[in-house]
Write a protein that binds this ligand. Structure first.
Ligand SMILES: [Fe+2]
Length: 242
C-alpha cells in the first residue's frame, strides 16, 4: 500500500479566510485567536473504510434516487464527473464522496429553507458514490438553481453542489463546493470571495465538458478534486512501492 504514511502539513494559505466581513456570519464564527499547528495524531492518520456493498444502484443518480426510479426530478440533466487525487498527483481510490444541492428552482429539501421556489416531489438533493481504483467518480443530477440568502442587501449563491470527500483518513477529509463554468454569480458571491487566489477559486469551477456530454440527453461538467497528500511510507531507505 502506498497510501499509508503521515499526512503532509496543511497549507493554510490555500484555505478560505475564516474571517470575511462581507460574509456576515463569518464574523461571529471565526476564531478570535491565532491558530496553533499541532502534529497529526494516529486517529487523524486512520479513517473509516467504505465498500461498494454499502451503496445502492441509484445512490449516485440524484435524478432518480429519491423515488427509487419511479419518477424523474425536474430540471436540466447534467453529469458531474472527475477524479480524486492527492497533492502528489496519486489517485485516491475507494473513497466516499457525498454531495448535496438545491433543486432546479434553488430550494433545498430542508425544514429551514422557506424560499419561494417549490419543492420537487421527485428530488431529494443528496447522493453518494465511491471512487474506482483510478480515483474516478461520476454523478447524474440536475443543475441546481441559484438562490438568494440573507447577508448583504441582495446576495445570491451561484449554482453549486456541496461535496464531502472522506479520503483515506479523517485528516484528509475535504468539504467543498463545485461551481459551474460561466455563472456570473460566482464573481458576486461573498462566500466564493473568501478564496483569495484566482487560481484556487478556478479549481472549484467545473468546466463544461462537451466530450463527455450525451446528445439529446445531458451536458457534462468535469470536476477534479485534490486532497491533502500523504508522504509515502519509507521502507528500507526507499519509498515503498518503488
Ligand atoms: Fe448551498
Amino acid at each position: 500500500m502506498t497510501d499509508t504514511g503521515v499526512l503532509m502539513p496543511r497549507r493554510r494559505e490555500l484555505q478560505p479566510l475564516p474571517y470575511w466581513p462581507d460574509y456576515k456570519t463569518s464574523i461571529t464564527r471565526s476564531p478570535s485567536l491565532p491558530l496553533l499547528s499541532m502534529e497529526s495524531t494516529p486517529s487523524e492518520e486512520a479513517g473509516p473504510r467504505f465498500g461498494h456493498s454499502m451503496l445502492g444502484p441509484l445512490d449516485n443518480n440524484l435524478i432518480l434516487n429519491y423515488t427509487q426510479g419511479q419518477a424523474a426530478a425536474v430540471g436540466e440533466r447534467v453529469r458531474v464527473h472527475g477524479r480524486v487525487l492527492d497533492e502528489t498527483g496519486r489517485p485516491v481510490p475507494q473513497t466516499l464522496i457525498e454531495i448535496w444541492q438545491a433543486n432546479a428552482g434553488g430550494r433545498y429539501r430542508h425544514i429551514k429553507d422557506t424560499y419561494f421556489a417549490p419543492l420537487d416531489p421527485n428530488f431529494g438533493g443528496c447522493g453518494r458514490t465511491i471512487t474506482d481504483e483510478n480515483g474516478f467518480y461520476e454523478f447524474m443530477t440536475i443543475r441546481p438553481g441559484a438562490y438568494p440568502w440573507p447577508n448583504r442587501a441582495n446576495d445570491w449563491r451561484p449554482m453549486h453542489i456541496h461535496f464531502s470527500i472522506f479520503g483515506h483518513s479523517f485528516g484528509q477529509r475535504l468539504i467543498s463546493q463545485m461551481y459551474f463554468e460561466g455563472d456570473p454569480l460566482i464573481e458576486r458571491c461573498p462566500i466564493a470571495a473568501t478564496i483569495r487566489s484566482r487560481s484556487q477559486l478556478d479549481r472549484l469551477v467545473a468546466p463544461l465538458d462537451m466530450q463527455n456530454s450525451r446528445a439529446m440527453d445531458y451536458l457534462a461538467y468535469k470536476f477534479d478534486i485534490v486532497l491533502r497528500g500523504r508522504r509515502q511510507t519509507m521502507f528500507e531507505n526507499k519509498p515503498e512501492g518503488m
